[in-house]
Design a protein around this ligand. Structure first.
Ligand code: ADP
Ligand code: 5GP
Length: 214
């Protein structure tokens, strides 16, 4: 199968990082595209695994160098997908999972027309607020800003190929997994399909000949 990009977007706190991590643990053919950001690390985050944490100066330098496939500003910080990250994953034959917001997803669509875009919705406003409060890593002001932005971001859902509601985590992970299974069977993603069909045609013709002479 030709490897492709899975773009996961959702208002902050909906659970897309949690879903992505679960998918990566369950599906060996996937790899996480580690984004770059100017946001400071959260307590559990590790440089190079959660994000590549860059200073604003370094981020600007890498924009100027053309290193980003896409980048955007979110809640006062810059976030971007490095071309090297995606290229490396695709070259290894795996699908790349991009956990990015809607402006970045629009830019990816321009470069990779065969990417699969999935939007994650929360089961309710109260559930989203509760999940964001549970994290509250960037302080109360940031929490309010993210909640306000959530309503705006949901308007972009119609730009996506698929939508899922992250109510029960197990169900949400299974739903994205099912999407990946389906996408993997797209005719356009198959490598050597013509040859496979040609071989089958020859085999079938031989079977027909043999049956004819019996
Ligand atoms: P995002 O990446 O969309 O900002 P996270 O994956 O960081 O969101 O999840 C935000 C919070 O919500 C985390 O504390 C996570 O454990 C929790 N969470 C994620 N999915 C669910 C779910 N289905 N039910 C309850 N809590 C969830
Ligand atoms: P957080 O600060 O919660 O980790 O991320 C804030 C928002 O930035 C989330 O919506 C997340 O998906 C998005 N984001 C993370 N990495 C990237 C990226 O590389 N590009 C873009 N455009 N958005 C990103």
């Amino acid at each position: 199968m030709r490897p492709f990009l899975l773009v996961l977007s959702a208002p902050s706190g909906c659970g897309k990082t949690t879903i992505a991590r679960r998918l990566l643990a369950e599906r060996p053919g996937l790899a996480y595209s580690v984004s770059a950001t100017t946001r400071p690390p959260r307590p559990a985050e590790r440089d190079g695994t959660s994000y590549h944490f860059l200073t604003p100066v370094e981020f600007a330098r890498r924009i100027a160098a053309g290193d980003f496939l896409e980048w955007a500003e979110y809640a006062g910080h810059r976030y971007g997908t490095l071309r090297s990250e995606v290229d490396g994953i695709l070259a290894s034959g795996r699908a790349a999972v991009l956990d990015i917001e809607v402006q970045g997803a629009r830019q990816v669509r321009k470069h990779f027309s065969d990417a699969v875009h999935v939007f994650v919705l929360p089961p309710s406003g109260a559930a989203l607020a509760e999940r964001l409060r549970g994290r509250l890593t960037e302080g109360r002001q940031d929490y309010v800003a993210r909640l306000k932005r959530a309503g705006q971001e949901m308007l972009a859902v119609s730009e996506y190929d698929f939508v899922i509601v992250n109510d029960r985590l197990d169900d949400a992970v299974a739903q994205v997994s099912a999407i990946l299974d389906g996408e993997g069977h797209r005719v356009t993603r198959q490598v050597g399909l013509d040859q496979q069909v040609e071989t089958l045609r020859r085999e079938v013709a031989r079977e027909a000949d043999a049956a004819d002479t019996q």
